[in-house]
Design a protein around this ligand. Structure first.
Ligand SMILES: Cc1ncc(COP(=O)(O)O)c(C=O)c1O
Length: 334
């Protein structure tokens, strides 16, 4: 028998009433014998209502590329320059109020948490890997948040952030391993399919899997393609292994998609909810350059991954929605 509890964070948990394995039916992450319940499409609807006063409804652009129609979801125009604000806001609005919010990020999640905390009048500390791009570091610091550079990878920065967040009154906001964050990310897809109901497939880039998992929940049953660089393929590796495993991180999109391992909760949603496709760095950069050349759309490499997957012929359907998920890059006028 499965019992669902709600803790102070608004995060429901499933426990096995028999005291047995505690693993939820869809294989969520176990924490001390307790498995956080996976978020649902209804959680995405609640998140959409919750974040509406603060987040932008981003526009879409319908276009024809190589004679075929596509819908670009212009999520790079979201406040902070990426979809990450959606999950950060949902987590902070639905969870317990902390004295200080702590997070770790390759950049965009940190900027989103720092901005969401600022909107809600909360101080924030953001840990980033030492390799964080200057544009992302500068923007995080501009929110007034404390920026701490630590370690070579996202995983190392996250370790230090979790130690910091263990102090009384602090709250750690995960980048993707969290039901509220996943539900918040799902509002991007939900907003799209509500307005553009003829979209028949959605494509999302994957780092730790929060955006893609949320997209599955928000897509209204449409198929979802989870696209990754060959050199940062944490979801693809998990599909091959049957469970999240460590993988290498080496791509032009690594600052956004460089999770060493896909999250347990996202994977539980994605394993049956999305198909995995890979694109090369050359394909990502070519897609990014076409977005600029043909549409004057400026995105960071991660933001071009869905378009690269479509250009490479990896996306089924007649009217795909390609989520342009971020644009935190430097721009220099000629
Ligand atoms: C622009 C952009 N796209 C995609 C992702 C991947 O998101 P997730 O970690 O939820 O898979 C990130 C993560 O930082 C990002 O910044």
């Amino acid at each position: 028998m499965i019992v669902t509890l709600t803790d102070a964070s608004g995060c429901r948990e499933r426990v096995s009433a028999s005291g047995g394995s505690g693993a939820g039916p869809s294989g969520g992450r176990r924490v001390g014998g307790v498995t956080p319940a996976l978020p649902t499409p209804a959680d995405v609807d609640s998140a959409a209502e919750r974040i509406a006063p603060h987040a932008r409804r981003t526009p879409v652009l319908r276009a024809t590329v190589d004679g075929r129609p596509v819908v670009f979801k212009l999520e790079q125009l979201q406040l902070t320059g990426s979809f990450k604000l959606r999950g950060a806001l949902n987590a902070l609005l639905a969870g317990p109020r902390a004295e200080r919010v702590v997070t770790a990020s390759g950049g965009n999640h940190g900027l989103a948490v720092a901005t969401a905390a600022g909107l809600l009048d909360l101080p924030a500390t953001v840990y980033v890997p030492e390799s964080v791009p200057a544009a992302k570091a500068r923007r995080i610091e501009a929110t007034g948040a404390k920026l701490i550079r630590h370690g070579a990878t996202y995983a190392e920065a996250a370790g230090a952030a979790k130690t910091d967040a263990a102090a009384a009154g602090r709250r750690y906001v995960p980048a993707y391993e969290d039901p509220l964050v996943i539900a918040g990310q799902g509002t991007c897809a939900a907003e799209t399919v509500r307005a553009e109901s003829d979209v028949d497939v959605l494509v999302a880039a994957v780092g730790g899997g929060g955006l893609a998992a949320g997209t599955v929940l928000g897509a209204g049953g449409r198929p979802v393609v989870a696209a990754e660089p060959v050199g940062c393929a944490a979801f693809h590796a998990a599909v091959g292994a049957g469970a999240p495993v460590d993988s290498t991180v080496d791509s032009v999109a690594a600052s956004a998609l460089g999770a060493t391992r896909v999250g347990e909760l996202p994977f539980a949603i994605l394993r049956d909810g999305a198909s995995s496709v890979l694109v090369t760095d050359a394909e990502i950069l070519a897609a990014r350059d076409r977005l600029w050349e043909e549409f004057r759309l400026a995105v960071e490499p991660a933001g071009a991954v869905p378009f690269a997957a479509w250009l490479a012929g990896h996306v089924p359907g007649d009217l795909p929605c390609l989520i342009l998920c971020g644009a935190n890059t430097d721009w220099t006028p000629a």
